[in-house]
Design a protein around this ligand. Structure first.
Ligand code: SF4
Length: 238
């Protein structure tokens, strides 16, 4: 998605498709492939790197939304209803409605309305929690499970986009994303995810080598590329 702001007037545009080439400083067209040593470290044009990073993340988010991942589908789900089905589908065990409220950083009445709508669509059942009769327990129906599988189906273009990353790059991106999400969660800018760094079973950098982390739940070492952003066995520290 090129917005054209990196196109120098009449300048040469070598390089891979989609990768912008540095603009030639005005008045020196002889160095179209970049600044010479005599020019020193000329700033790369455009917004600063952190802004570029946010732009890139925003564009990726746009692609995910336009790719209709987790969209309304045949049951006309609202985004919250889709989130609830996705949350419940990630775990076979029944979940308390209060867990849903907490996980999605929503409010009890809002989630209650969405749950009622999902029950009316025959996508989930509501019952009494086995350990607390006052708590509402939620479970997907067979139709809800089918809807969950549809919601988590990754569109071809997104699968191709993530497929260009090798395990090492995927690990680096995932590790960076998890670090940024941690800050945003602390600031309550996004809902708290059931991700490794907030899990009581997580032992970061416990080992040397690629499999650097340890999950005490399954007692296994794992790499950055296996970090979980949403894990059904996540447990908050005591
Ligand atoms: S239980 Fe899940 S969230 Fe917790 S450390 Fe293991 S993989 Fe990560």
């Amino acid at each position: 998605m090129d917005d054209g702001r990196h196109e120098p007037d009449g300048g040469a545009q070598d390089g891979p498709p989609g990768v912008p080439v540095a603009e030639t400083p005005a008045g020196d067209r002889s160095t179209a492939r970049g600044p010479s040593a005599a020019q020193g470290a000329a700033p790369v044009p455009g917004l600063p790197p952190t802004d570029q990073l946010l732009l890139a993340l925003s564009r990726l988010g746009q692609a995910i939304r336009l790719g209709a991942w987790r969209n309304a589908g045949p049951h006309g789900l609202t985004p919250l209803q889709a989130d609830i089905v996705t949350f419940l589908g990630g775990d076979d065990r029944p979940r308390r409605q209060t867990d849903v409220v907490r996980a999605l950083a929503s409010t009890a009445p809002t989630v209650s309305d969405a749950v009622r709508a999902l029950a009316a669509k025959d996508l989930l059942t509501r019952g009494r929690d086995a350990d607390d009769a006052r708590a509402v327990s939620l479970r997907l129906t067979d139709a809800g499970r089918t809807e969950y599988r549809r919601l988590v189906q990754v569109p071809v273009e997104l699968a191709e986009a993530t497929g260009v990353l090798g395990a090492e790059d995927r690990g680096a991106v995932l590790r960076s994303a998890v670090a940024m999400m941690g800050v945003l969660q602390e600031r309550r800018a996004i809902p708290v995810s059931r991700m490794c760094p907030t899990c009581r079973f997580f032992r970061p950098d416990a080992h040397d080598g690629e499999l650097r982390h340890h999950c005490a739940f399954v007692d296994a070492a794992f790499a950055d590329a296996e970090l979980r952003v949403d894990c059904p066995d996540h447990a908050t520290p005591d």
